[in-house]
Design a protein around this ligand. Structure first.
Ligand SMILES: [Zn+2]
Ligand SMILES: [Zn+2]
Length: 372
């Protein structure tokens, strides 16, 4: 079923002027539909040029709904491009890090080999970002979406939490060691026949926020392990690393629990930059999310149907693959490709979830949406 967005848009347009963009975006989110027919609101809106200037956008109308805020396309267009709004000329991500720009509100446009059009809201993605680090933020949900289709292939899930004793934590303040630690643990698991798994560090524990306490979370395909087997794994971990490790293990066959673990492991724990600014700077280029093995099997459990469909579409988009025809999406990034999110709204793009927008999804001969 294709939800009708016209009602929502009518609602959005009847907003009083002081209810700005946030309200409009909320209304769009309320639609909850995965795909909606594109509606071009304003016939004077022309597609932007490849130079990134949104020519032809009715800025007077846009300003009416997003009056004078930082989000106002009129303000943005005056500056030409978000990067130029930055007093020291730093780029978009730097400008977020330095606090000149609030994270979100900008998109890059993309197109697959068959001409299907997408827009992707861009985020800094830092755990300590007030926008990205929030539980269930778009960035968090994108991470969940990347893991969910894999996790759903696991019938019985084992969950390892692996760390070092407190006096050894200093070792893991080094990004090289964080990589070596993960590599050694994964190698040990592979040796014991764990052909695939998902891993991600949490840098702080819930009990002592602000105290650096790195621990590696790993989800694998496994069930009950005897005391002897657990001891054997722990010994293997320590032998490869040359220092003692602390390991905790649990397992489940309950899909609700597995879903909970996926959401929990992908959440942010480094919630405040000032907790450990030195470590935050070191983690600048560290790729925290990691998986190994082959994930081409069929799902063996299900979550809520809507959540699953949405995660599937988002997981394709996260890998830069068109969810409709499976060809590669090319994002027109760079300074010229960045646009205010309102532009895609006025160009008739519809929100398909977690900051991804699509223009005119292809319908079959009966007018139904394509199977994913
Ligand atoms: Zn951010
Ligand atoms: Zn396509």
């Amino acid at each position: 079923m294709v939800p009708d967005t016209r009602e929502g848009i009518k609602k959005a347009l009847s907003f009083p002027a002081q209810e700005n963009r946030e309200g409009l975006i909320e209304v769009l989110k309320d639609q909850e539909g995965l795909l909606m027919p594109p509606i071009v609101l304003n016939p004077t809106t022309k597609l932007p040029t490849s130079q990134g200037e949104s020519q032809g956008v009715n800025t007077a109308l846009v300003d009416k709904f997003f009056p004078g805020s930082d989000y106002s396309p009129a303000v943005k267009l005056k500056n030409g491009n978000p990067a130029n709004a930055c007093p020291d000329g730093s780029n978009y991500l730097e400008s977020i890090a330095k606090g000149y720009t609030k994270c979100g509100g900008w998109v890059v446009l993309g197109e697959c080999a068959n001409g299907h059009q997408f827009a992707k809201e861009i985020f800094c993605g830092y755990e300590w970002c007030p926008v990205c680090g929030k539980k269930e933020s778009k960035v968090h949900k994108r991470r969940i979406a990347r893991w969910l289709p894999k996790a759903m292939q696991i019938a019985e899930m084992g969950y390892w939490v692996i760390t070092v004793p407190p006096e050894k934590r200093g070792l893991l303040r080094n990004v090289g060691e964080l990589r070596r630690f993960r590599r050694s643990i994964v190698r040990s698991l592979k040796r014991r026949g764990y052909a695939r798994g998902l891993s991600r560090y949490h840098y702080f524990g819930k009990k002592h926020p602000g105290i650096f306490h790195p621990h590696l979370n790993i989800l694998v395909e496994a069930g009950f392990l005897s005391k002897a087997e657990l001891g054997d794994m722990k010994k293997l971990f320590s032998d490869l690393l040359n220092y003692p490790v602390e390991a905790h293990y649990s397992y489940t066959r309950n899909p609700k629990m597995m879903l909970h673990w996926v959401k929990y492991v992908t959440c942010a724990t480094f919630l405040t930059y000032k907790w450990d600014s030195e470590m935050a700077d070191r983690l600048y280029h560290f790729n925290n999310t990691h998986c190994w093995g082959n994930w081409k099997k069929r799902p063996v459990w299900q979550v809520d149907e809507k959540e699953e469909a949405s995660a599937t579409i988002i997981s394709f988009l996260e890998e830069n693959v068109c969810p409709w025809c499976k060809t590669k999406i090319k994002w027109k990034g760079g300074r010229c490709g960045v646009k205010p999110i309102e532009d895609v709204f006025y160009m008739g793009y519809m929100h398909i979830g977690e900051g991804y927008w699509a223009l005119a999804p292809p319908l079959d001969e009966w007018g139904n949406l394509p199977e994913i």
